[in-house]
Ligand binder design. Structure first.
Ligand code: RIB
Length: 296
């Protein structure tokens, strides 16, 4: 069983601010740092640091070579990342004193994926292989349809949420990984129980994982629900916490762990991620998560 993540690769420009800029206001940042990011790249790194071999499909511009190097250093297969003439995607991220963020995306090369590249990338995959998708690249409906036709299992994290998601062939998804906002939009409901029931009614074959920030996470597998509280830590930067959770959730699921253990690993990993700066650099190694969990 192989794992392919077809997703974004971004250059993250992270600005530390005391508080977010308001409409019409000019403020100065305290510090600026550049990190590897993109929900796609972050989730590939999370899977790799959790010990699961993963291949990444996507596009960068000539300015994004260091993104591919970062993936390679983490052991991710980058054979299906194309280098295009358009600039790489980037994100302008404000992080406030409480570690919360606002993110402005420029999709760049992430929106220049061709059907030819998709077909070529999927050539190496078949029945029972895993496809992970977020919502930061173009051609998602086509990727879903082609992957499903090959019998791949689709894990979909519809982040960032857009109106277009409603038009995607979501009946092909095996597992949704959503936050409360995304879950409310998919289900048309509010509140944990109703969101999970709503998604189950609409997509009876899919499992759902609902992340609840400081309230932990809930996993609905065939109508049976499992919950895990968040581990309290000092929040430095919440960027990539969801991506870390997603990577670890899938990794521990593929290891065949119990639902409780899967959620514990994923919540432990994301707790460590929020206690560190940056997107990809904040994602912990599995040994670090193990040590963290042993003390709790
Ligand atoms: O989830 C965090 C990521 O969202 C950042 O790395 C940024 O690039 C955006 O894609």
């Amino acid at each position: 069983m192989k794992v392919l993540n077809f997703g974004s690769l971004n250059i993250d420009y992270v600005y530390r601010v005391d508080r977010f800029a308001l409409p019409g206001e000019t403020i100065s940042s305290v510090k600026m740092e550049r990190f590897c990011g993109g929900k796609g790249l972050n989730q590939s790194i999370a899977l790799a640091r959790a010990g699961i071999p993963v291949a990444h499909g996507g596009c960068i511009g000539g300015d994004g070579a260091f993104l591919v190097e970062e993936l390679q250093e983490n052991g991710v297969d980058t054979e299906n990342i194309r280098i295009l003439s358009s600039p790489s995607g980037h994100a302008v991220i404000q992080v406030d004193a409480g570690g919360e963020n606002t993110i402005l995306l420029y999709p760049g090369a992430n929106y220049a994926i061709s059907r030819q590249q998709i077909d070529k990338t999927l050539e190496g995959y078949g029945d029972g292989d895993i496809l992970l998708l977020q919502n930061e690249v173009n051609e998602i409906p086509y990727i879903m349809e082609r992957a499903a036709a090959k019998g791949m299992k689709i894990f979909f994290n519809p982040s960032p949420l857009t109106l277009a998601v409603e038009e995607y062939p979501l009946h092909l998804v095996s597992c949704f990984l959503v936050n409360a906002l995304e879950g409310a939009s998919l289900s048309g409901e509010e509140g944990t129980e109703k969101i999970l029931a709503g998604i189950r009614n609409k997509f009876p074959k899919a499992q759902t994982v609902l992340t609840l920030g400081e309230n932990g996470a809930c996993y609905d597998a065939g109508g049976k629900q499992y919950t895990q509280s968040a581990f309290p830590v000092k929040v430095v930067d919440t960027t990539a916490a969801g991506d870390t959770f997603t990577g670890y959730f899938i990794a521990e699921l593929l290891r065949g762990n119990s639902p409780h253990a899967i959620l514990r690993w994923a919540c432990g990993a994301s707790a460590l991620a929020v206690s560190r700066r940056g997107a990809a650099p904040s994602i912990p190694m599995r040994e670090e998560v193990n040590t963290f969990l042993q003390n709790r």
